[in-house]
Design a protein around this ligand. Structure first.
Ligand SMILES: [Zn+2]
Length: 147
């Protein structure tokens, strides 16, 4: 049975369900949630307007503050227990804490932030949030027109 996505009234029909875990995992790997091949990023944290491989519109995302929030949450839950463990076990000098945990926290944050942002975009895409609702069903338009 074929599905007609456009009716005569101009409304879209029910769209196919998207795989949420797969889209999140692809985002974690910085990949497009639709094809898993193209990059979801144009630059370090700048989401590409469209996927360079499959052309899926990615500019619909509204990740906003969610990626930094989740990243701070994750980094804090990794670093703080380690700080307490090292302090209670070996009692190192304060300068050793400073040269260990500060760079580690920065490195972890800069590594996790794009992964988490990709995952959030994947989640929004899979749940058809914001403009992702009909993006795969509509005729592609230039990103500048979509704003
Ligand atoms: Zn793609």
């Amino acid at each position: 049975m074929s599905v007609d996505y456009t009716s005569s009234s101009g409304h879209h029909g029910k769209a196919a369900k998207r795989n949420l875990p797969k889209a999140i995992l692809r985002g974690l790997r910085h990949r497009c949630p639709q094809c898993g091949t193209g990059s979801v990023f144009a630059r370090y944290l700048k989401i590409a307007d469209i996927c360079g491989h499959c052309g899926e519109e990615l500019h619909h995302h509204q990740a906003d503050d969610a990626p930094p929030y989740f990243t701070i949450f994750i980094v804090g839950h990794i670093i703080i227990p380690l700080v307490f463990l090292v302090e209670t076990t070996w009692h190192p000098a304060m300068w050793i804490h400073m040269v260990t945990w500060l760079p580690l926290a920065v490195l972890l944050t800069l590594t996790l932030l794009p992964m988490v942002k990709g995952a959030v975009v994947g989640l929004q895409w899979a749940l058809r949030m914001h403009g992702f609702e009909y993006s795969a069903l509509c005729t592609p338009k230039s990103p500048a027109q979509g704003r």
